[in-house]
Design a binder for this molecule. Structure first.
Ligand code: HAM
Length: 426
């Protein structure tokens, strides 16, 4: 049997690299004062249909559904969905726990698997992993700049250079309505040549035409009306302030009027980090402001902004630019007994050392020769081998062998612990 298409096992070197990447990201997030939040994998369908939007690809085609069994207290089994993104679930949790009522700015992050039924290809999976950051309760342009600069700082922490930040503003609702009318009259005549599904989609959500993969539409989009020309004065003022904050923070960006995003909850600032290292799936991460989203969860609107980055894509980019490292922790010592008596001695010591937090690898074969034992030590990639044969056992000694340099010395058994602690790689 194989794993489900687009969903992968993680193990060995790749997992050690993954954990190294995670550790660097945690460090940056904590420096910026973000606190972790974890939501369940399953949510009620309407968390996403209401928040992400009925007309989006994610809700229309990509959600995995699970039929709840329905127990004695639940007469009609409900359809639940596997979380396709983190923001709607985050706001559901915020509202449910009244976190928004605590006052002051809230800074949260998550590191969670997401599920979307997409066509798998390089950098596009059905189970993928996002780090996301969400800042609630500040409408200030500095909050937008903080968020964007946080994501920038994460990529910079790895030394990644080959990416660009694309910035746009979708304005408030009134700005978007005016812009939609302009788009409908600009694209209208050409849309008539598209297939029925595309036409329907265009009339329902004209903004998303700017995101179209159709080459003809893409060519037309180059001269299409730009949202910045339709921004209401307040939205324009906010957008200008965000740009100026970003400049002050030393964050380089380009303005890209096509960054409309594939989720419905955005307003005002939107952004995407793209990298040519990734090929067709070029989005490293993206996000934006979603001030009105809380209303869809039945509470008054409060300001919020955030982003999510794709772990698989970040790792691809790091690998391609030679920046990927690993935080594998290897055993300090491999215990190599030559004979039954030596085995008993070393086995007892291994139990004791592990309890004390010294990592020891050992095979439980009792009658193997030195050559075999050293091969195991090599496979375990231990720093030292601790070898006991009959002579050493009789003299209450052990040989400690540095497996890198090959140098070895014989020392009293009682000194092994101190010697390993002294020489263990830091
Ligand atoms: P998104 O643009 O849908 O935004 O996803 C964010 C990132 O997740 C993408 O830029 C990409 O790196 C990664 N990603 C998305 N789909 C896949 C996939 N199928 N395979 C691999 N990686 C993928 C959101 O999800 C929003 N919730 C972001 C946000 C947070 N906005 C505000 N706050």
């Amino acid at each position: 049997m194989k794993s489900v298409r687009g969903m992968h096992d993680q193990w060995g070197t790749a997992l050690h690299q993954w954990r190294w990447v995670e550790a660097q990201i945690y460090r940056v997030l904590e420096t910026f004062g973000y606190e972790e939040i974890r939501t369940p994998v399953l949510e009620h369908m309407e968390v996403f249909s209401k928040a992400v939007g009925e007309d989006t690809e994610i809700v229309e085609k990509q959600m995995y559904q699970v039929q709840d069994r329905g127990g004695s207290s639940e007469s009609t089994p409900e359809i639940l969905v596997l979380r396709p993104e983190g923001t709607a679930a985050f706001i559901r949790a915020v509202v449910e726990h009244g976190i928004h009522l605590q006052g002051g700015v809230g800074r949260y992050f998550y590191n969670l698997p997401m599920f979307r039924y997409e066509r798998p290809q390089k950098g596009r999976l059905r189970q993928f992993h996002q780090f996301g950051a969400e800042l609630i309760l500040s409408a200030a342009p500095e909050a937008d700049a903080e968020c964007i600069s946080l994501l920038d700082q994460i990529y910079k922490a790895f030394g990644l250079k080959e990416y660009s930040i694309r910035l746009n503003s979708l304005g408030n609702t009134a700005s978007r309505e005016a812009f939609k009318t302009a788009l409908v009259s600009y694209f209208g005549p050409h849309v008539a040549q598209l297939d029925e599904v595309a036409q329907k989609k265009f009339h329902r959500t004209p903004l998303r035409i700017l995101d179209s993969k159709d080459e003809k539409i893409q060519a037309l989009a180059k001269n299409a009306p730009r949202i910045v020309d339709y921004l209401e004065p307040k939205s324009l003022e906010h957008y200008e302030a965000v740009k100026s904050c970003l400049k002050t923070s030393g964050v380089d960006f380009v303005e890209d009027p096509t960054i409309v995003r594939g989720l419905d909850y955005y307003s005002e600032t939107t952004f995407e980090f793209t990298s040519e290292l990734l090929g067709a799936q070029s989005a490293l991460g993206g996000g934006g402001r979603y001030d009105g989203l809380s209303e869809r969860f039945g509470v008054a609107s409060f300001p919020a902004i955030g982003w999510a980055l794709g772990m698989e894509r970040l790792i691809l980019a790091l690998d391609q630019s030679g920046l990927l490292r690993s935080n594998e922790s290897l055993p300090v010592a491999y215990f190599a007994p030559l004979g039954k008596g030596a085995f008993e001695k070393l086995y007892g010591m291994s139990v004791d050392f592990r309890r004390k937090g010294i990592s020891v690898a050992m095979s439980y074969e009792k009658e193997k020769a030195l050559k075999w034992q050293l091969k195991q030590a090599d496979r375990a990639r231990a720093a030292f081998a601790v070898i006991i044969g009959d002579n050493e056992l009789a003299a209450n000694q052990a040989i400690i062998k540095d497996l890198k340099s090959g140098q070895q010395s014989t020392i009293p058994l009682n000194d092994i612990e101190a010697e390993l602690l002294r020489r263990a790689p830091k």
